[in-house]
Design a protein around this ligand. Structure first.
Ligand code: NAD
Length: 285
């Protein structure tokens, strides 16, 4: 397995711009690909703002900021950007059909040695790997939001992921200052399999009138030492994302314990998605 020097990140949204930021700050050359120039501009603005915050907090110097921005090459050309890369990280929306189409395009252009990783939060890595001709070089590299801050990378092995690929991704995660934790492919992996039922149960407590969102979150913060209560966290993640992940767990295990709370379904139907729409269990406006 050759050394990783050039990274191509596909999708410059919430996760993609954070992933590009972290790799570029650690000296890697990063191609950042999206579908429209305005989306690339927005991604770069976000990265610059986040770097400015790090300069203000004296975590990095002005020169580090400029070097980081210099390492990022925005592009609308997926094929050209993938061709040059040692590692390609897919961070497009959590829609299997869309990922399938983009991954098969990535696979067409990727070099012989290249590793393809997905940042999916719930879709089966084995199923995504099957879209490519080299499932042994496919892996889940699950970063957490906000990427520059959160230490965890859940490294998800598909059925056919080669052990050298797992080691490579663990090593590179450490180079980024992250802590890789290997897990095997299963619906929701470990992170969301444990987190989402807790969030869902907290929503059932609101639905059944056991407590208000504020009181439920207080119980979990003060009694269980959670830094953020489950309902505040659900708003932060996005209630639509929580519902999608619960449905992946429910479909994957065919176990009623993962059924999404009807209140969650209603809130998503009414467009109350949490922080991103200004209202969820809390008012963020
Ligand atoms: N948001 C989170 O907290 C979080 C955490 C961990 C993992 N994830 C996972 O990361 C992935 C991305 O999530 P996100 O929150 O960053 O989504 P997002 O909607 O913020 O960003 C997705 C980006 O992909 C771009 N895109 C769509 N189609 C594309 C294509 N064909 N080529 C290039 N770019 C394309 C979009 O324009 C957008 O900029 C999802 O699989 C999600 O489940 C999200």
């Amino acid at each position: 397995m050759s050394q990783i020097k050039i990274i191509t990140v596909i999708g410059g949204g919430t996760m993609g711009n954070g992933i590009a930021h972290v790799f570029a700050m650690n000296g890697f050359e990063v191609n950042l690909v999206d579908t429209k120039q305005e989306l690339l501009d927005r991604a770069l603005n976000t990265i610059e703002k986040n770097l400015d915050r790090m300069v203000q907090k004296e975590k990095i110097s002005d020169a580090d900021k400029l070097k980081t921005l210099d390492n990022i090459h925005p592009s609308l050309n997926l094929g050209e950007s993938v061709k040059k890369a040692d590692l390609i990280i897919e961070a497009i929306p959590e829609i299997f059909k869309l990922k399938k189409q983009v991954l098969s395009d990535i696979d067409k252009h990727a070099g012989e040695h290249a590793v393809i990783a997905s940042n999916t939060s719930s879709i089966s890595i084995t199923r995504l790997a099957a879209v490519t001709d080299h499932p042994e070089r496919f892996i889940g590299m699950h970063f957490f939001n906000p990427v520059p801050v959160m230490k965890l990378v859940e490294v998800v092995n598909g059925l056919e992921t080669a052990s050298e690929v797992t080691k490579l991704i663990e090593d590179i995660s450490r180079e980024l200052g992250k802590v890789p934790v290997p897990v095997n492919d299963s619906p929701g992996f470990v992170s969301n399999r444990v987190l989402m039922p807790m969030i869902n149960e907290a929503i059932f407590c609101v639905y059944e009138g056991v407590g208000s969102p504020e009181h439920i979150d207080e119980v979990m913060k003060l009694g269980m030492a959670h830094p953020m209560g489950p309902l505040r966290l659900a708003d932060f993640i996005g209630l639509d994302i929580c519902l999608d992940i619960l449905n992946v767990l429910y479909d994957g295990f065919k176990d009623p314990k993962y059924r999404p709370c009807p209140l969650l379904v209603k809130m998503v139907d009414s467009g109350k998605l949490g922080d991103k729409t200004g209202i969820g269990f809390y008012n963020h406006e």
